[in-house]
Design a protein around this ligand. Structure first.
Ligand code: ZN
Length: 314
């Protein structure tokens, strides 16, 4: 079967590998759709904690041998520590993501522990399913921020994380939902999910600002746009360094919060939220097109709302 292996920095190879076999407690998933987003392009440009070769792709869905449609909850922990027993496996010392520390969805078939499979309803398309994993991140960030309907909200970056936050703000009854974004397609998608203003700059200050990108520029923009006493939430990973002037953060008593991945409950909740997306926003691509898309990301081409690897299209 075919699998796309990350074998080095900016080096992906399509390999013919043996089909996996299921061991006790796991199932073989025929992969239908894999989200390609920030984690994949960061992994492509700098493999970091990944052991190479690595089959990337941690947001994916498919069918079991018995034909059940499932999404893969990719996170696991030791199962015993104070974080694992409160469904915060991302804080466990042994946290692990399928597709990062182990092989993921850039393949025709993947082995997944049964306890990490989440049943999909019949009325979600494979295209919509690629929003589940990023939207689970958005739900964790939203809940961590303690945002409420009375708050004014700004979102920097309208990739999948930003779109999920816009959808959550809309569902929560917020009336000011401003988005900072450059791509025309992503601005349009934000508006259809409830954004009330979409431009490249944020014109006001807001109670809660989410930075979904993580570059020095977007972090500065997010902190600047946070009102006095407001909350700024960082989800984006574009830069590992925090290289911003924090004096305003101190003088204006702004709260800075980090948010990383999600619990299984948040992942399951993201299924309904993903159904609010338009399947037409997703560009379906084959194995052979993945490298070109990732190289495009590195050159700043974020013109598509969302890109999904579809092994069956290869
Ligand atoms: Zn643990």
């Amino acid at each position: 079967m075919n699998a796309l292996m990350l074998e080095g920095e900016k080096y992906l190879a399509l390999r013919d590998i043996e089909e996996p076999s299921a061991c006790s407690g796991s199932e073989i998933i025929s992969v239908a759709a894999v989200s390609i987003g920030g984690s994949e392009y960061l992994g492509f440009s700098n493999p970091g904690i990944r052991c190479l070769p690595n089959i990337m792709g941690h947001g994916f869905s498919g069918t079991t041998a018995s034909g059940k449609r499932v999404a893969v909850y990719p996170l696991s922990g030791c199962g015993n520590c104070c974080y694992c027993i409160t469904d915060q496996q991302q804080l466990c010392d042994e946290w692990s993501l399928i597709g990062v520390q182990s092989d993921g969805g850039f393949t025709q078939k993947a082995v997944v522990p049964k306890k990490q499979l989440v049943k999909l309803p019949d009325d979600i398309s494979w295209e919509q399913s690629v929003f589940i994993e990023p939207f689970a991140n958005s739900i964790n960030a939203w809940e961590t921020s303690a945002a409420a309907s009375k708050n004014t909200i700004a979102v920097v970056g309208a990739g999948s994380l930003g779109l999920g936050l816009v959808a959550l703000a809309q569902a929560s009854g917020c009336t000011v939902i401003h988005v900072s974004e450059l791509s025309t397609a992503r601005k349009k998608a934000s508006r259809s999910l409830g954004a009330t203003h979409t431009e490249s700059v944020l014109p006001e200050t807001y109670d809660i600002v989410f930075d979904t990108v993580g570059s020095t520029e977007t972090r500065e923009q997010a902190i600047q746009a946070t009102s006095k006493g407001g909350t700024c939430v960082f989800l984006g990973f574009a830069s590992a360094e925090l290289n911003v002037n924090v004096s305003e953060l101190i003088r204006h008593q702004k709260k800075l919060i980090g948010s990383f991945v999600y619990s299984k409950r948040q992942f399951t909740d993201a299924i309904e939220l993903a159904k609010t997306c338009d399947s037409g926003w997703v560009k379906n691509i084959s194995f052979k097109e993945v490298e070109g898309i990732l190289k495009g990301f590195l050159q700043g081409d974020f013109s598509h709302v969302k890109v999904a690897l579809r092994p069956e299209f290869s």
